[in-house]
Design a protein around this ligand. Sequence first.
Ligand code: KG4
Ligand code: ZN
Length: 330
Amino acid sequence: MIVLGIESSCDETGLALYDTERGLLSHALHSQIAMHQEYGGVVPELASRDHIRRALPLLQEVLSQAKLDKHQIDAIAYTQGPGLAGALLVGASVACGLAMALDKPIVGIHHLEGHLLSPLLASQPPQFPFIALLVSGGHTQLMRVDGVGRYQLLGETLDDAAGEAFDKSAKLLGLSYPGGPAISRMAEFGDPAAYKFPRPMLHSKDLNFSFSGLKTAVLTVVKNQPANICEQDKANIARGFVDALVDVLVAKSITALKENGLKRLVIAGGVGANQQLRTALNAAAAKRRYQVYYPELEFCTDNGAMIAFAGAMRLQQNPALATRDYGFNV
Ligand code: KG4
Ligand code: ZN
């Protein structure tokens, strides 16, 4: 079965073709980051318009990469939500229009399920069951995953998501959107002893997170800096911030593994691309003989491959999910 995946929940248009026999056949992505950068964040209306411009050329691209004709597609999976309403509507409309024209079924996929299953696209995928740490721009969750569709939420952020904390703190340091990768690079040169920021909820008895206090702590420090704050001081603040956030993510992930008696941890979502997080998780896991699995870097952030893959897994498990009812909800 060949599934076309369409992702358009935020500022990336991603399309991909996944074959349940041969694996990922092709994928293509257009990132809108450069377009939104001058506004300091995603402008929803511009995002929707750009998805419209990009979707069909990207479809041609994935078909020609895979040397397939559009009639060889067996089903179309699209991101149903959560995300920006207008952006989601574009992906859903393209999926339904195409499916109707080709007389193929569609399946709506939860964006987070796409992220959650993305590490299974790797050449050496983890086996079920595992704990998943889902860290994106909009969500921070710990899940127990026993199989496709068998997810148990163990904990989540009570306020800001990890990626949001990265982006907001980066903005406070004058870095442009999305600041996650930039503040992370800056932190590499920072002194870890210069600032000790709070580790919110590190010792709470649950697996929930809270990052808004950390962002406020960064704000307070930044406000007290001279207008001509030097690059080294900025790097020290960045380092203090990244260390605090990473400490909490690592500690709660290890607790989740222990409490569930599991040894496999899977990281998904944009913040999963973060090098400091990967280094700290690998060290903590190695000590306890746990294994950590990451998606390929290009599949950490939003992409079509994870939607095509999640669609294929869902349809393989339950073919009745494939519908020709083209009225959709996003
Ligand atoms: O999963 P994603 O592409 O989109 C959502 O579903 O939200 O995640 C985007 C988030 C942004 O907040 C971005 O700053 C963050 O992931 N991010 C990073 C890194 N790469 C992306 N944060 C820290 N370090 C990175 N290397
Ligand atoms: Zn995402």
